[in-house]
Design a protein around this ligand. Structure first.
Ligand SMILES: Cc1cc2nc3c(=O)[nH]c(=O)nc-3n(C[C@H](O)[C@H](O)[C@H](O)COP(=O)(O)OP(=O)(O)OC[C@H]3O[C@@H](n4cnc5c(N)ncnc54)[C@H](O)[C@@H]3O)c2cc1C
Length: 405
């Protein structure tokens, strides 16, 4: 008899896990409170980088890039969900250059096509960068950004073609247990039995955990904003469309949304909002709204990016603000593992702003966990073992991911 998996949450994580398990012969039910993509997956900057500070994550994101490159072959559809425009981290101080040197050496050791560029090499390759604003940069041409709707819509459709059942407008509001194990989930659209259950609700996970009797994990829903600036002045549409995702020394970042629109973001100090509503996802506080005026955080982000790339200062203005929630963990690593309190529940949550890029790697880990029936030390990605102990649910919070945007 087929093993039955019930997955809660149909964002990038839940849909890719549903597809992966359906491919491996599992009978899959995917339960979604609203509709596919109703959470952070449709509100994301969707950057994908392999430039991380820990070898396991570098290797994991190399797997994700490879998967997204082969997405139409693996999942289906006709459009690639990835634009490999690269990621350019700009470095403003000697200390940053020193730290980058060690990091790039580690990343190259993981097989990544990343380089540390000194100021001259950087300006030669990216003449739109202001030479007075930077000392160098780290450059990885195979990084880039994703088209998230293509990912979750195609993955949901492909999972259903393989026999998975998708139930939308089905918030999980109750659970049944026997002998400490979950046996069924309750929703207004029915009761769903399973052998193995997956929590793919990210920023909602603390609330779902209460419903499931699961371990309370320190996942903070933190508001994050994106702003869109309209191209004008000396930068051509063709130049803009080829630009990488750029991270300024201040931490603000941007990438082309299209030839005429620049997506900008900058993490700010935020208080956790554990009870946020679906509407809150799109609620823009005045301080962050571009129409508030030049005091708005939107203009601060634009100004700091224009210090690094002066041509951005010639742009016509900011046309839109959007927002969503990160599910942030204390060490900025996700939880990918079995719940210590509920032995047949796998948590795939706490992506701390990396969940879109983690998606394929998360699905790989989820499949390995499902097949092992317990936590595993390694998964095999691109033919190499990748340690996943740093993602266990019962880990000691110690070694943090330091390259966080
Ligand atoms: C502004 C912003 C910028 C970002 N930039 C990046 C980036 O550059 N790169 C990157 O990789 N990531 C980025 N992220 C993070 C990324 O978007 C998320 O980590 C990712 O989308 C999480 O996907 P998910 O499927 O795990 O969660 P979600 O997409 O949030 O999906 C969770 C789903 O669970 C459902 N759900 C909740 N409770 C229940 C319940 N009780 N029953 C049934 N269903 C339920 C929700 O309706 C939702 O659809 C960014 C996020 C934001 C907000």
């Amino acid at each position: 008899m087929k093993q039955r998996a019930v997955i809660v949450g149909a964002g990038i994580t839940g849909t890719l896990v549903a597809h992966a398990l359906a491919t491996r012969g599992w009978e899959v039910v995917l339960l979604e409170a609203e509709h596919v993509g109703a959470g952070s997956s449709s509100r994301t900057a969707a950057g994908i980088r392999q430039q991380f500070s820990t070898p396991g994550t570098v290797r994991g994101m190399r797997f994700s890039v490879d998967y997204y490159r082969r997405f139409t072959e693996i999942v289906g559809g006709t459009e690639s969900p990835i634009a490999q425009n690269g990621y350019l981290f700009l470095l403003g101080t000697d200390e940053e250059v020193q730290a980058a040197r060690a990091r790039v050496r580690m990343q190259q050791g993981c097989g990544l096509d990343v380089a540390l560029l000194d100021q001259a090499a950087l300006i030669e390759q990216f003449p739109w960068v202001d030479r007075h604003a930077v000392l160098g940069g780290t450059w990885c041409p195979s990084d880039g950004f994703l088209y998230p709707a293509t990912v979750y819509n195609e993955a949901a459709a492909a999972a259903q073609r393989l026999g998975a059942t998708l139930v939308q407008r089905a918030p999980v509001t109750g659970a049944e247990h026997a002998g400490g194990r979950l046996t069924a989930l309750l929703t207004p659209r029915g009761r769903f039995e399973g052998d193995l259950f997956f929590d793919a609700t990210n920023a909602w996970s603390p609330r779902l955990a209460q419903v499931l009797g699961a371990t309370e994990l320190p996942i903070a829903p933190l508001k994050r904003y994106l702003w869109f600036a309209e191209r004008a002045g000396s930068l051509s549409g063709a130049e803009m469309q080829q630009m990488p995702l750029i991270i300024a020394p201040s931490g603000a970042y941007c990438r082309p949304e299209n030839a005429d629109s620049l997506l900008m973001g900058w993490a700010h100090a935020a208080r956790p909002e554990p009870d946020f509503t679906y509407e809150d996802q799109d609620r823009i506080e005045p301080k962050y709204f571009h129409k508030t005026g030049t005091d708005s955080a939107a203009f601060e982000a634009w100004a700091t990016l224009a210090e690094a790339v002066p041509a951005f200062g010639e742009f016509a203005g900011i046309t839109a603000t959007t927002s969503g929630y990160y599910g942030t963990t204390p060490d900025h690593n996700p939880y990918l593992g079995y719940d210590p309190a509920v032995p047949n529940l796998v948590r795939l949550v706490g992506f701390s702003g990396h969940g879109a890029m983690f998606g394929p790697f998360t699905a790989l880990v989820a499949t390995a966990l499902a097949e092992a029936g317990r936590d595993v030390d390694h998964v095999t990605a691109l033919g190499e073992p990748v340690p996943v102990g740093a993602f266990r649910v019962d880990r000691e919070i110690g070694h943090a991911e330091t390259l966080v945007i």
